[in-house]
Write a protein that binds this ligand. Sequence first.
Ligand code: IPE
Ligand code: IPE
Ligand code: MG
Length: 239
Amino acid sequence: MSLFNKLDQAKIPNHVAMIMDGNGRWAKSKGMPRVYGHREGVKRVRELTEVCAKIGVKYLTLYAFSTENWSRPAYEVNALMTLLVSTIDKELKTLMKNNVKLETIGDIEKLPKKSYESLLKGKSLTKDNDRMTLVLALNYSGRWDIVNAVKRIKEDENLTEINADIFSSYLNTASYPDPELLIRTSGELRLSNYLLWELAYSELYFTETKWPDFKEENFYKALLEYQNRDRRFGGINEE
Ligand code: IPE
Ligand code: IPE
Ligand code: MG
């Protein structure tokens, strides 16, 4: 029986954030080049997007390329960028069919021109879709976004007050609710500069499963654990 049947439909998170990690090690364990893992990983992105749309997750934010990932060998960076373009071009039809809006966070203007243009095209074509929003974090890091927000606040002469809500409105993630759940695959127990502000009260779920092996049932398992967590936000939950 699928774990799906055990889920409490009233407690599906609105926003799931994902650190898709372990592609390289997954490929290496099969005696294949790292890029093979990235290609397999794309299939999981497609599946997870469909599953989220199906079960009513409203926002899915995927860490696809960090500001630190530029330090990888050029051939791997190039392969990731090429994969990005071919995937978007191929998936646009499905995104339209499933009524999914594509958005990005991060400094995408610094991506190679082709990647940048295909992202713009994908975003503009899907902008009126409203079943679910798929957010790709590209050339993104939490500290980059926070520093960027501070710069914009400094330039805003009309701003007279600042508080957490106002600060949030200057982040790239301004239009999304904070994620209730963060999932990181591949056994690494760190945030790697992801959504540092937004994850303040998110439930964190770590699994040894590497991203290319993370399928529908693995996701339901994470959701089930999330649904059994006691979220207190600093308060007390009286029984
Ligand atoms: C995650 O897998 C994908 C990206 C960072 C783009 P990795 O490429 O980090 O794979 P590992 O962690 O080295 O196995
Ligand atoms: C985080 O994974 C970034 C993405 C998944 C895009 P990394 O593989 O880059 O993180 P570290 O280097 O293990 O911290
Ligand atoms: Mg990694």
